[in-house]
Design a protein around this ligand. Structure first.
Ligand code: HEC
Ligand code: HEC
Ligand code: HEC
Ligand code: HEC
Ligand code: HEC
Length: 211
């Protein structure tokens, strides 16, 4: 009898392991730096919202209609930034576009991470260990809000042929933004820094710069 119970236990353990593991792995954002479900924040006062994996950034209904960001639920930063500039830059540096501002809405350190669902939050990016506060000085950062001018030597097939077998990096109105290099959901299997392409051997850099 004992043996049968043990076998059953092992079996159900294997079974649950088999079912749970792939589902968890596929969920991408769970367990990453953008998983805020364990923060203990008070859920917004509207509806019966509990803090799920998405609510800090998106909401399925009553989303912010003043922005074209996808079903957006987080306060958006209103800072002015000092863009990257240099003598050799071919494009004209501009203010970060929306797909950078969405990130800077937590990462510039001026809007609280828990300012979502119309709440005034109180937890800032500087409260997290090892986080990187951008502030509004982007002069030391890879340019964003920058047009891809085709003046940079690069392998055409990286961006123009879907069958190249490489991950496509999204451009926003032809520009490089934070979300070009980073996927905030970590959907891929590259767990480090939410990168869309690994930076091992600078692979992500060589996607655009043929150096
Ligand atoms: C930390 C903020 C954050 C969290 C949490 C988050 N997202 Fe996003 N999401 C973004 C940003 C920023 C964009 C726009 C950039 C992009 O398209 O990747 C986006 C875009 C999207 C898009 C449209 C583009 C695409 O990738 O398909 C969908 C759909 C989406 N999110 C779904 C979700 C779902 C579902 C969850 C929860 C499981 C979630 N997001 C959690 C920030 C977040
Ligand atoms: C809702 C607030 C919020 C938004 C929006 C947001 N982040 Fe974050 N992000 C955080 C916080 C908080 C951390 C640090 C969490 C920690 O250290 O536990 C973080 C960490 C990161 C990290 C470090 C990852 C790691 O594994 O340590 C990267 C890279 C990052 N974010 C990029 C982005 C980019 C790019 C966007 C936009 C596409 C974005 N974030 C949007 C709050 C946000
Ligand atoms: C890093 C990604 C990237 C690489 C590499 C790249 N392109 Fe492009 N290309 C783009 C983007 C993004 C657009 C759309 C521009 C826009 O919307 O303003 C584009 C548009 C174009 C267009 C259409 C122009 C237009 O005005 O409609 C042509 C033609 C083109 N690329 C040719 C090339 C050739 C030839 C090469 C190689 C020498 C190349 N591209 C390399 C990203 C790239
Ligand atoms: C051209 C690609 C590219 C763009 C654009 C880009 N990043 Fe990154 N980012 C990277 C790479 C590669 C790393 C990992 C290497 C490193 O830590 O410097 C990184 C690292 C990070 C980290 C972790 C830093 C740390 O020290 O742990 C954060 C946070 C981050 N990026 C946020 C952003 C935000 C916010 C933007 C837009 C303002 C942005 N990134 C734009 C490529 C990019
Ligand atoms: C999605 C495409 C893309 C990726 C990925 C990318 N870059 Fe860039 N990078 C650009 C564009 C566009 C510019 C602006 C070029 C210009 O207008 O002269 C730029 C500018 C630069 C500059 C400044 C050049 C100057 O003249 O001042 C450096 C340096 C640079 N990138 C290095 C990197 C490194 C290192 C990585 C990898 C971590 C990287 N880039 C990844 C598109 C990209």
């Amino acid at each position: 009898m004992r043996k049968i119970v043990t076998i059953c236990l092992i079996f159900s353990f294997m079974l649950s392991g088999y079912i749970i593991t792939p589902a968890y792995a596929a969920s991408g954002i769970a367990g990453t730096a953008h998983d805020f479900t364990d923060e203990g924040w008070d859920p917004p006062t509207y509806g019966n919202q509990v803090l799920g994996l998405c609510e800090a950034c998106h909401i399925p209904h009553n989303a912010d209609t003043t922005t074209e960001a996808p079903l957006w639920n987080h306060e958006i930063t209103v800072q002015n930034y000092q863009p990257y500039t240099s003598q050799s830059l071919k494009a004209t540096p501009e203010q970060p576009g929306l797909y950078s501002l969405l990130c800077l809405s937590c990462h510039d350190g001026t809007v609280a991470v828990d300012s979502y669902g119309n709440m005034d939050g109180s937890v800032f990016i500087s409260d997290y260990d090892g986080s990187y506060v951008f502030g509004n000085d982007l002069t030391g950062d890879h340019p964003v809000g920058i047009q891809w001018t085709h003046k940079e030597p690069a392998n055409c097939a990286n961006c123009h042929f879907a069958h190249s077998g490489r991950t496509q990096l999204p451009f926003y109105d032809g520009k490089v933004e934070c979300a070009t290099c980073h996927d905030p959901h970590n959907k891929g299997d590259i767990d480090f820094n939410f990168l869309r392409i690994t930076d091992v051997d600078s692979e992500i850099c060589l996607f655009c710069h043929d150096k």
